[in-house]
Design a protein around this ligand. Structure first.
Ligand SMILES: Cc1cc2nc3c(=O)[nH]c(=O)nc-3n(C[C@H](O)[C@H](O)[C@H](O)COP(=O)(O)O)c2cc1C
Length: 331
């Protein structure tokens, strides 16, 4: 294979691997374009949550997670790359360009994280009573810092503030007919490879201190009697509240979640508190003004006695990876 086709194959494969990334309501709001010497990440605004995420905050975080997946996939295959975020002010839909690829040694840490990509999933059941090891929290926190964001572990009082804010955000969203309709749409289209199927959503509301998202309909995932007593709640945050920082927050989310998966820790994002303006401000106060909140994460050890939820479906590679600009490109 010529070096050019090796490169474009690696780029197309990295973009396809990035399809494992988590995204809000499994919208997968990204589109990749493989070029002869670069890979571009574009927004798929037709899969943006217009009611729940009009500013595109969660869209950018989701795309950032996919960007991190692609970066790690390239490093695992032995490619060093330069990433330019929001490289063209005239094209706001172009979120990132990965270019200047040079061959290098495959990175063993990246190889381990690639293995975690196909294992990682959202388990919305209450966590078990087993505490999350302090070392694991330290590693997850460092993974976030390495991506330019920060993770604040919430103390008991802050968790109670979060619980009140999450409850309030849930009621605000439940009363909004447009949000309800949007949620109904994304929880009833899993046969299209996007959205949330019933078997990943709890069959009944979980009895937890911090209310989890009400998806507006019961799923079919058995939840058991567990609580969130042993859960650790953390706030992903950073210095700015701009698209560039949301994108980086998504990269940090991916780094944290893949690290958590490697360490046997389950993670669930809670984003309703960030979607509602008022509760987002409450989170800012929780941070005592040291940053802007991007996402709440619940960390815990999943119930080992029962099978967790199945994997959420994904769009096929050719639906999100455009290889038309390269001859012989895949997929
Ligand atoms: C930005 C973002 C926000 C999310 N918000 C929530 C949430 O509020 N509640 C929830 O249960 N899951 C949330 N998720 C998890 C997604 O629903 C999940 O990643 C997606 O359905 C794909 O499933 P998987 O993670 O099992 O692969 C969020 C994910 C992302 C990236």
């Amino acid at each position: 294979m010529s070096q050019e086709s090796q490169l474009t194959t690696a780029l197309a494969e990295a973009a396809t691997t990035a399809g494992h990334a988590p995204s809000v309501h499994n919208t997968q709001p990204w589109r990749w374009r493989v070029l002869p010497d670069a890979l571009e990440l574009h927004t798929a605004t037709d899969r943006q949550l217009l009611a729940g995420d009009p500013e595109g905050r969660l869209l950018a975080i989701s795309c950032g997670a996919a960007l991190h997946h692609a970066r790690v996939a390239l490093a695992a295959e032995g490619w060093r790359t330069v990433v330019r975020r929001l490289p063209d002010p005239g094209d706001p839909g172009l979120l990132a360009r990965l270019s200047d690829l040079t061959p290098t040694e495959p990175d063993p840490d990246a190889m381990r994280l690639v293995q975690c990509m196909s294992v990682r999933h959202t388990d919305r059941r209450p966590v078990s009573d087993e505490p999350v090891p302090t070392d694991a929290i330290g590693e997850i926190t460092r993974a976030v810092t390495a991506e330019g964001s920060r993770l604040q572990i919430l103390d008991r009082d802050q968790v109670l503030e979060l619980a009140a804010a999450a409850g309030h955000a849930g009621s605000v969203e439940a009363e909004d007919p447009e949000l309800r309709a949007e949620l109904a749409y994304w929880t009833s289209r899993a046969d299209t490879g996007t959205g949330l199927p019933a078997n990943v959503l709890p069959a009944e509301p979980t009895q937890t201190t911090v209310p989890s998202r009400d998806f507006g309909r019961p799923g079919s995932l058995p939840v058991g009697p567990g609580h969130d007593h042993a859960a650790v709640y953390a706030l992903l945050h950073g210095d700015e509240d701009e698209r560039d920082s949301w994108l980086r927050a998504g990269e940090a989310l991916s780094a944290a979640w893949l690290t958590a998966t490697r360490l046997g820790v389950s993670a669930v994002p809670l984003s309703a508190v960030v979607e509602v303006e008022g509760t987002r401000q409450t989170l800012r106060q929780v941070l005592a003004g040291i940053g802007f909140p991007y996402l709440v994460l619940r960390l815990g050890i999943a119930d080992p006695a029962h099978a967790g939820p199945p994997h959420t479906p994904r769009l096929a590679g050719e639906q999100v990876v455009d290889t038309s600009a390269v001859r012989g490109g895949r997929p």
